[in-house]
Design a protein around this ligand. Structure first.
Ligand code: V47
Ligand code: SF4
Length: 356
């Protein structure tokens, strides 16, 4: 890109003007990383001051049995395959009650189990809520919600309302992958379409359930696919305002059917900065340290991210695919990473309320 055209595009971003898809795509240029990082950091500061959030949270996966077998997923198994697991509700509660960390947010996602009924998915939420009345329960991706509506023969609104009555607070942002159907058909042909994912999120927001949004990048997509993906999230956010955070998920290639390479640090940071710029209507950009690694996610706090996520405790999805980060971080570690990025660590709960 010529100096003139770089200058012109950066000037437009500084004036908070929207760019065309082609112009956003041009931002994926390593020579722009300093300027984009500085602009994205300014946007984050204008929204959150010098704060960077972390949360005491826990992940749990009730099962890795899945009737979809996405080609980037090293976590899922078919029935009878080595490594397949399904936790009983008692086992889930045992794991949760034996956690050392007093978590305020619980993240529950898993596979599309071939035999479980909707009532089982519902009971998991009911029993967890009974044992943990005060935590935020963030459970079931849009893909799981769609599956529940199929196995229960219920419409999406009915599924969401039943889960909400059982104690669900919000939906995680998984399953979005890349909306572009040409890519999606190659990555995960059995998965719901991008349009369906957006529809389910819209219904969740309308029914009072907030959610996150993700984008899986660094596999076979191109920059146009990434930009279009984020623009679709921005468009829905303009209508509902229901997305709390955007989380770019860097592809982990080990043990997957499509294989491929790890993302580069430069791509990770550019992507964080560009997402902060495009998604100016989404409050938070999460640098998910589990996938980005501790050092890149810390650096991302100066590139537009304002949330490191949390203690996690147990992570299976990206570690099945070779993630080399640890599975858990202490509160001290999270605070240290944030402070060393020159930001003020603030503990949040699932709704981004400050925990005193
Ligand atoms: O939907 C699967 C992704 C997602 C791989 O909402 C992979 O707060 C990288 O959505 N490499 C689940 N990614 C994780 C997720 C999430 C994580 C943390 C926080 C939140 C939130 C949501 O993981 C899946 C899929 O997109 N995934 N395989 C892989 N090999
Ligand atoms: Fe199943 Fe989700 Fe893995 Fe796809 S990404 S195979 S839907 S667990």
């Amino acid at each position: 890109m010529s100096y003139k055209s770089k200058f012109h595009i950066l000037e437009k971003i500084r004036l908070a003007s929207s760019l065309s898809v082609e112009e956003y795509v041009k931002l994926y240029d390593p020579t722009l990383i300093h300027e984009l990082g500085a602009i994205a950091n300014e946007i984050a500061i204008s929204k959150h001051g010098e704060i960077a959030y972390y949360v005491l949270n826990r992940h749990i996966n009730p099962t890795n049995l899945c009737v979809n077998r996405c080609k980037f997923c090293a976590f899922s198994r078919s029935k009878g395959q080595a490594g397949a697991f399904e936790l009983t509700i008692e086992e889930i509660i045992d794991k949760l009650t034996s956690s050392q960390i007093p978590f305020t947010e619980l993240h529950i996602v898993g596979g599309l189990h071939p035999d479980w009924k909707f009532e089982h998915y519902l009971n998991i939420i009911k029993v967890v809520r009974l044992h943990f009345p005060n935590i935020a329960i963030k459970a079931y991706s849009a893909v799981e919600i769609d599956y529940m509506s199929k196995i229960a023969g219920m419409d999406i609104d009915h599924v969401i309302k039943s889960l909400k009555d059982a104690g669900l607070d919000m939906l995680p942002g998984g399953g979005a992958e890349i909306f572009e159907s040409k890519v999606r058909d190659k990555l995960c042909p059995e998965k719901i379409s991008g349009e369906r994912w957006l529809y389910i999120m819209q219904r969740a927001h309308i029914n009072g359930i907030l959610s996150n949004a993700t984008m899986l990048y660094g596999h076979i997509e191109n920059y146009i696919d990434r930009v279009n993906h984020m623009l679709k999230i921005r468009e829905l956010q303009d209508k509902t305002g229901g997305f709390q955070a955007f989380i770019p998920l860097s592809y982990q290639p080990i043990n997957t059917e499509i294989g491929g390479k790890w993302t580069s640090g430069i791509d990770d940071l550019l992507n964080i900065a560009i997402s902060r710029i495009i998604l100016d209507n989404v409050p938070h950009i999460k640098a998910y340290w589990i996938m980005l690694g501790e050092k890149i996610s810390q650096t991302a706090l100066l590139f537009g991210a304002d949330d490191l996520d949390g203690t996690i405790i147990e992570e299976k999805i990206s570690h099945s695919a070779g993630a080399s980060s640890s599975q858990s971080m202490t509160e001290d570690d999270l605070q240290w990473l944030i402070k060393k990025a020159g930001k003020k660590p603030v503990q949040r709960d699932g709704f981004y309320r400050i925990v005193e």
